[in-house]
Design a protein around this ligand. Structure first.
Ligand code: AMP
Length: 193
């Protein structure tokens, strides 16, 4: 079973992906995590994308499709892939469909976590404040300015994917505003249907 988690920044995609990894032996493929890792290790690509990420804009399709291709080719035995934060544009969605069919696989569900914008902004800025209180540093892009750009990128570039997966018959929408457990239960309902 391969799924995509769709939703704006702060909707809880990463948290829910982690629950699925723990509970179902699935593999989380988060392009955001891969890009942050590339930055930390100072690869040429990591350095190239740093400013774009900090501003809240999307990096090129070519870069993220390349990252996903590498991970898919790595293979392994598991309960399926969770695509978290990918695809974010229509060309990425097409590329993912092609990569999956080359492997003889498919996307079973694109699960949308529905949230409301005001709560999102509170969650993300809260996440930044919590990280600082805990003695760490907030994600460089968890600030108000960059958040506005990330939300705009979501509405302009990513939200068309809702229609794309709806038309394919793969879209499932869940209420992302409930407790972490409630959202988890709704997602389990989709996977076990
Ligand atoms: P995330 O952790 O998913 O919020 O991603 C953090 C940042 O990484 C985004 O704001 C983008 O700059 C970049 N990024 C992550 N995934 C993608 C993607 N699929 N396409 C383009 N940029 C991405």
């Amino acid at each position: 079973m391969n799924i995509i988690l769709l939703g704006p920044p702060g909707a809880g995609k990463g948290t829910q992906a982690q629950k699925l990894v723990d509970g179902r032996n699935m593999v989380q493929l988060s392009t955001g995590d891969m890009l942050r890792a590339a930055r930390t290790s100072g690869t040429e690509m990591g350095n190239k994308v740093a400013a774009v990420m900090d501003a809240g804009n999307l990096v090129t399709d070519e870069i993220v499709i390349g990252l996903i291709r590498e991970q898919l080719e790595a293979g392994g035995d598991h309960g399926g892939f969770i695509f978290d934060g990918f695809p974010r544009t229509l060309p990425q969605a097409d590329a993912l469909g092609e990569l999956m069919s080359e492997m003889g696989q498919k996307i079973d569900h694109a699960i949308e976590l529905q949230v409301n914008d005001e709560i999102l902004v509170e969650r993300i800025l809260g996440r930044a404040a919590e990280a600082v209180t805990a003695g760490g540093t907030a994600r460089a892009d968890d600030n108000e300015e960059s958040l506005k750009t990330r939300l705009m990128a979501y509405y302009k570039q990513t939200s068309p994917l809702l229609g794309y997966y709806y038309a394919k018959g793969d879209l499932k929408s869940v209420d992302g505003l409930g407790s972490m457990e409630a959202v988890q239960t709704e997602i389990a309902g989709v996977l076990d249907a």
